[in-house]
Design a protein around this ligand. Sequence first.
Ligand SMILES: *Cc1c(COP(=O)(O)O)cnc(C)c1O
Length: 376
Amino acid sequence: MEFRDLKHQYAVLKEEIDKNISEVCSSARYISGPQVKELEQQLAEYVGVKHCVTCANGTDALTLALKAWGIGKDDAVFVPDFTFFSTGECPAAEGATPIFVDVDERTFNIDPDKLELAIIKVKSEGKYTPKVVAAVDLFGQPADYPRIKEICKKHDLLLLEDGAQGFGGSINGKMACSFGDISTTSFFPAKPLGCYGDGGAIFTNNDEWAAMLRSLAVHGKNAENKYDNIRLGMNSRLDTIQAAILEVKLKAFREYELNDVNKAAQMYNEALKDTNLVLPLVKENFVSSWAQYTVQLPTSVDRNALQTKLKEQGIPSMVYYMKPMHIQGAFAGTDSVNADCPVTEKLCKAVLSLPMHPYITKEDINAVAEALKINI
Ligand SMILES: *Cc1c(COP(=O)(O)O)cnc(C)c1O
């Protein structure tokens, strides 16, 4: 059994993907070929925003957003303590201070009440200026944007949606990657929509920011002339081959993959309902794209031993995430270590992510459930 069966997916889509790759090879338009623009239009239309700017990966997407806003020294960026490293790494690399906020125990996403308390605390201390809330759509479920947007408005903060895991999710029919003032995603192969290497995208309805992002992604170019460099930028583009692959994968994602992965989640919920595992909760009117199906083990279970036993039965499992962000060595000696995040600390000890992808079978899910039941 595969944790995320990309080989199976390729076998299903092979004919179209091979055709698209070979077209790019023959055209020799390896950088900024017409497929990149086409894909950007398709992504913007799917997400329901005006602009999509593709880039080299989801980490660059976050960095470009922060650069477009001029975030840096003395600025505070509020980040969930339970996320992939990039969400905290990017603001810190720009010279800002990530303020880590605890998450909701059942959705794994930033806790709006604790977010507001953290904003008020930073304001009252006066050392940093609150500028951005970087909310994450962890494991595929959008963060609580109705509440987070209210808080951002009240405290005059920009909202950055890190939708690296959230592409395809929605709240009341409004798509993930449309909630932020700027939103980002990643096309790392194992994400809900993945390419065959690194890739990323940035979404916004704001014309000025979109133009700034396009400039920053190509060495700070002038919109008319790429050899007229009017600011310092990056080299961060999506390769034409990746765009050509993504056109095929986006179609499959829209037509059936998103639906099938939600069916798989329901099968897991059903198969595991009579266990003492805490199952992932998707809030009412929210849709997850199930980047991960993550359960919480009872404290009595030795997670390492369980993973070994599962592995012996051919069942892969992963721990996302082992360490709260504020404890990561990279932040040692900075003010970012001052975080009070007991829920994250508990989750880091209890979580286990199970095999999950659109091509998983009912038999596989039942086998995972049986193996878990025997070993917990
Ligand atoms: C994967 C991921 C990123 C980074 O994406 P890359 O394409 O790997 O750079 C950022 N944030 C979150 C939450 C992620 O899961």
